[in-house]
Write a protein that binds this ligand. Structure first.
Ligand code: TYM
Length: 329
């Protein structure tokens, strides 16, 4: 039996090239080597208020983007997290074995709760639900961007704690980061991670941005006061542009250096913009095709949930049994 891969994306805001290069592109590459499960984590999304209609349409849009990016729904299961109840069930059981201190120490919890008058309990529990997503399917490999590393460490800690309290139950998962593109930075501010929630018009490139918007954003990207590319002394904005290019084209370090060393920033930006436009064109074309049939995406989400449900049920039953919870089975 093939080992399992699991990963997820929140259906909030517009999917951007950071999500694509940090996660989706890697999923597409490895999907056939594993039994692959890709979740649209709507239960995570509601840790911040979402307009119900918008959330529902974001779920469909995200599923279409998964497929447009190259996830093969015949092989890989694509599902909305809330359609498989095991995610929530396991999350509660994990809440009961997770020390509060572990959650309060998470950097994303600290960042999201800073300066807030009211902090939803969901923000604190967020990584416990994420551990449930992964361990529910006994996933061995979790391909994510760099910002999820700490959440994966916590997942391993929860699995280990559960195993030591109740006996060997969960596979300990491994984090798989891409070699290039694990942390794409904002174009307007290369010291901050490119993020769906940042509002600046020149901050992120969405997967569905048209070529002229892509070119405009990249031409305006922050660089530094040097006139040309110097690999020995490049500022974070230039490093970011180079790694976006390398992640899209998959050029070697040698090819990158030969092509870009000494290039003027204007030409660097033009070259990067064309690589991004070219890299996104097939995704945008496929997206159009997929969404032309409004029944297609819902049918994929239904099929995905049905395919993984038996695995989820088996894990929930096993976990309940280990903990001594009551089972009708
Ligand atoms: P989310 O929705 O914030 O991001 C989805 C994926 O995109 C990656 N990513 C980035 N990679 C490179 N550069 C960036 N600027 C960048 N921004 C985001 C993320 O690392 C992620 O891989 N908690 C998760 C969703 C989740 C999940 C899971 C992931 C829920 N359950 C189980 C894996 C396994 C999140 O908020 O991702």
């Amino acid at each position: 039996m093939k080992a399992r891969v699991l990963s997820g994306v929140q259906p909030t805001g517009n999917l951007h090239i950071g999500n694509y290069l940090g996660a989706l592109k890697n999923w597409v590459k490895i999907q056939y080597d594993y039994e692959s499960i890709f979740c649209i984590v709507d239960l995570h999304a509601i840790t911040a208020y979402q307009k119900p209609e918008e959330l529902r349409s974001n779920i469909h849009q995200l599923a279409a983007l998964f497929i447009a990016s190259g996830i093969d729904p015949k092989h890989s299961s694509i599902l909305a997290q809330s359609s498989v109840p095991g995610h929530s069930e396991l999350a509660w059981m994990f809440t009961c074995v997770t020390p509060l201190g572990w959650l309060e120490r998470m950097t994303q919890f600290k960042a999201k709760s800073e300066g807030q008058e009211i902090i939803g309990d969901g923000i604190l529990q967020y990584p416990v639900l994420m551990a449930a997503d992964i361990l529910l399917y006994q996933a061995k490999i979790v391909p994510v961007g760099d910002d999820q590393r700490q959440h994966l460490e916590l997942t391993r800690d929860i699995a280990q704690r559960f195993n030591s309290l109740y006996g060997e139950t969960f596979v300990i998962p491994e984090t798989k980061l891409p070699l290039v593109g694990a942390r794409v930075m904002g174009l307007d501010d290369p010291t901050a991670k490119m993020s769906k929630s940042a509002t600046g018009a020149g901050h992120a490139i969405a997967l569905l941005d048209d070529p002229s918007a892509i070119r405009k954003k990249i031409m305006r990207a922050t660089t530094d006061s040097n006139p040309t590319v110097n690999f020995g002394n490049a500022g974070p904005g230039v490093v970011n542009l180079l790694s976006i290019h390398q992640a899209f084209t998959e050029w070697t370090d040698g090819q990158m250096r030969t092509h870009f060393e000494g290039m003027r920033y204007g030409d660097l930006k033009k070259t990067v913009a064309e690589a991004v436009v070219e890299g996104l064109a097939p995704i945008q074309a496929k997206y159009k095709e997929i969404t032309a049939d409004p029944g297609y995406v819902p049918s994929i989400l239904k099929e995905g949930a049905a395919r993984v449900s038996p695995i989820a049920q088996e894990t929930v039953e096993l976990t309940k049994k280990r903990m001594g919870l009551y089972s009708l089975a």
